[in-house]
Design a protein around this ligand. Structure first.
Ligand code: FES
Length: 153
């Protein structure tokens, strides 16, 4: 074996050039894996078991005062639960139909309001002023024991 010969992992003798090709090739493969694997993990999100939920516990009975609202998560999306001043629960997706901002409840107006572009919805989810082009998607609300359950209609 000359001073410029190396033994490969398989036991074969190789020259300096072969050794460098092996080291650089391994480095390129490692670099490729270090960049591509995280990118794939980012582009292909993990399965979210909550995303397929058809009903969630939105709040406990007594948690909301009359004429107030609460944002909660329905799977991966925000939703809004409202207790009207007359004591009825209403629930909708909280994603504004204009440009997807999260809406909120305005007790002073007794309306659902989107702060992004001053969009207004009534308590049936209907878009009544501002830029939102469509109503909010309604959910059904059931009180079971001390839990307020919101389900897809
Ligand atoms: S995103 Fe709601 S009004 Fe524009």
């Amino acid at each position: 074996m000359t001073p410029h010969e190396f033994t490969s992992p398989g036991g074969a003798k190789m020259g300096r050039r072969g050794f460098l090709d092996l080291v650089l090739g391994g480095g390129i493969i490692a670099l490729f894996g270090a960049i591509v694997y995280p990118l794939l993990r980012f582009v292909i999100p993990p399965k979210n078991p909550e995303a397929a939920a058809s009903s969630v516990v939105a709040a406990k009975v007594g948690e909301l005062a009359p004429n107030s609202g609460k944002i909660f998560r329905f799977g991966k999306d925000p939703a809004i639960l409202i207790l009207t001043s007359s004591g009825q629960y209403r629930a909708f997706t909280a994603i504004c139909t204009h440009l997807d901002c999260t809406v909120q409840y305005r007790g002073d107006l007794e309306q659902i309001w989107c702060a992004c572009h001053n969009g207004h919805y009534d308590l049936s989810g209907k878009n009544i002023s501002g830029p939102p082009p469509a109503p909010l998607l309604p959910y059904s609300v059931t009180v079971r024991g001390d839990q307020i359950i919101v389900s897809k209609a």
